[in-house]
Design a protein around this ligand. Structure first.
Ligand code: C5P
Length: 309
């Protein structure tokens, strides 16, 4: 086996409830992750040293040095091997960069699964999830996929049953937003209002909508505590959200820390219509359709990666 390719999904947060700032600089979350059908592909090839090459959309905006999350993940995995191992990684990007859709986390998850197969380490799913959590709060979910609620800083996952497929349109923005900057703005906005955030709670109504496959109900229950901060940092997002709502979206939300905006719609043809309408407007750089939930990177492991040559 000379090369392994793994497909990894983007995510949108259906509920992102942010608690108070912790002493370690993170926030306790109730984070309902939903994996959607926008994928990066990570290929690992055996090599004498670690390197990464990024190709595809916005490739020039992804770090290709030691800050690259996929390389960090591959190195962390290599430290668990009983012999020297390394890999040349190629990341084919489709997930927006710094877009609030966990593209970097997805690439780290893809690198873990690809290298685990390439180096024949046979590390179990629990070990990969542990390494993933050390790389970033959203990396375990990119392995896990489907729909899941993340607690702690988002890394402690429990699968959420869903009763069907949901259709989405994502309005992609020019340039990204920094996740730490969005969290910090959220804290400052709360402070200025004298607000003391309560411990985050799972939304029962959102869970019921997911279980029932009820897109109307889900649209009404989408909530993102980071949205106000993302819009404060990028005021044009208010018009983007309005544009989707005015064109009949069942729900409109900033994805994670933004600036991508997610619109839930009633079906595939509605998604095509909305994506076409948004693409022709001035409120976003591009609009793409997707559906969820989809499988995470781990679905490709255990001898069935997307491509082995
Ligand atoms: O875990 P990760 O490195 O992806 O987090 C990036 C940044 O997002 C953190 O440094 C922190 O500022 C913010 N964050 C947070 N609370 C979380 C997750 C992330 O404040 N639960």
């Amino acid at each position: 086996m000379d090369s392994v390719t793994v497909r990894v999904p983007a995510k949108v947060n259906l509920q992102l409830a942010v608690g108070p700032l912790r002493d370690d600089g993170y926030h306790d979350l109730v984070n309902v992750f939903h994996a959607v059908s926008i994928h990066d592909h990570v290929t690992a090839v055996a090599a004498d040293s670690f390197s990464v090459r990024v190709v595809g959309e916005e490739a020039d905006q992804v770090p290709d040095g030691p800050d690259n999350l996929a390389i960090r993940a591959a190195r962390a995995l290599a430290a668990r091997a009983d012999r020297p191992v390394a890999a040349r990684l190629t990341i084919r990007k489709s997930i927006p960069v710094a877009g609030g859709m966990a593209g970097g986390s997805a690439d780290a998850a893809g690198a873990l699964v690809a290298c685990n197969d390439l180096w024949k380490l046979g590390l179990p799913r629990e070990d990969l999830l542990d390494i993933a959590a050390d790389i970033g709060s959203d990396v375990p979910f990119a392995l896990f996929g489907g729909t899941a609620v993340g607690t702690g800083r988002g890394e402690l996952l429990t699968a959420v049953p869903t009763g069907g497929r949901f259709h989405w349109v994502f309005a992609l923005a020019e340039g990204g937003l920094s996740t730490p900057a969005v969290y910090a703005r959220c804290d400052r906005l709360r402070e200025a209002r004298g607000e003391r955030p309560a411990p985050p709670q799972e939304s029962k109504a959102l869970m019921a909508a997911l279980r029932d496959g009820d897109a109307d109900a889900l649209g009404a229950e989408l909530v993102n505590d980071l949205q106000e901060a993302a819009v404060a940092l990028r005021p044009s997002l208010a018009a983007t959200l309005d544009a989707g709502r005015e064109r009949g979206a069942l729900g409109a939300i900033v994805s994670g820390s933004g600036p991508s905006c997610a619109f839930l719609v009633a079906g595939e043809s509605k998604a095509d219509d909305l994506a076409r309408a948004l693409t022709g407007s001035a409120v976003c750089r591009a609009a793409v359709t997707a559906y969820g939930p989809v499988q995470g990177a781990l679905a490709g492991s255990g001898g069935h990666p997307v491509g082995i040559t």
